[in-house]
Design a protein around this ligand. Structure first.
Ligand code: SAM
Length: 182
């Protein structure tokens, strides 16, 4: 085998090894995200019409403290930070947290939008004036109890699609259920 052929074989093996490593990485990431999805609500972003509805239905004030519990790619907290709220996202998926931070930085919203890689069930939510959720029914019962215990009177809770099992919304739209802590 001459030098040219040796280099060619080396390059072929090199690219084959890179391809195999990439495939292993993709499978590992898939298993990782599946595991996160099984443990909690899977990542399904709110449609932009839902966010438009939220902005239309609620009278947001500058400096209002808002949180999205399970903030996904950060679209809700970014929309609320853009109108002057102090917006916090809680998200357990590290990839989505990283992506959200990147978007916040790119949009120059670092002083208004914050993402925490935390399980929101372990966090104190008492400082928030409004909570947004888009979660599975199985999480809503436990969350209802927590919110009723922690939120101050007058705080709002807006749920995309799903209802809390015992709490009555004071308003419903095509997408949203809006609750007030009495
Ligand atoms: C249906 S997505 C909603 C994303 C975003 N709120 C939106 O409306 O576009 C639910 C998100 O909640 C996250 N999640 C589920 N349980 C969580 C928990 N206990 N703590 C933090 N994040 C959670 C999931 O990783 C997922 O990204």
């Amino acid at each position: 085998m001459n030098l040219g052929q040796s280099i060619l074989f080396f390059l072929i093996y090199f690219f084959l090894i890179i391809l195999i490593l990439l495939e292993i990485l993709v499978i590992a990431l898939g298993i990782f995200f599946m595991f996160i999805g099984f443990k909690s609500a899977p990542y399904v972003p709110s449609h932009k019409k839902v966010i438009e509805d939220l902005l239309k239905e609620i009278e947001f004030k500058k400096g209002m403290k808002v949180a999205d519990l399970g903030s996904g790619d950060g679209r809700v907290i970014i929309a609320l930070a853009k109108i002057g709220c102090e917006a916090h996202g809680y998200e357990i998926n590290p990839f989505l947290c990283w992506f959200t931070r990147l978007r916040i930085k790119k949009l120059g919203l670092k002083k208004q939008a914050f993402v925490h890689r935390k399980n929101f069930f372990s966090e104190d939510l008492s400082k928030f004036d409004l909570i947004f959720t888009y979660l599975l029914p199985k999480q809503m019962e436990k969350l209802e109890e927590k919110l009723l215990k922690e939120l101050k009177t007058g705080s709002l809770v807006v749920s995309n699609a799903f209802s809390f099992p015992h709490w009555q919304p004071f308003k419903t739209t095509k997408f949203l259920k809006i609750y007030k802590k009495e």
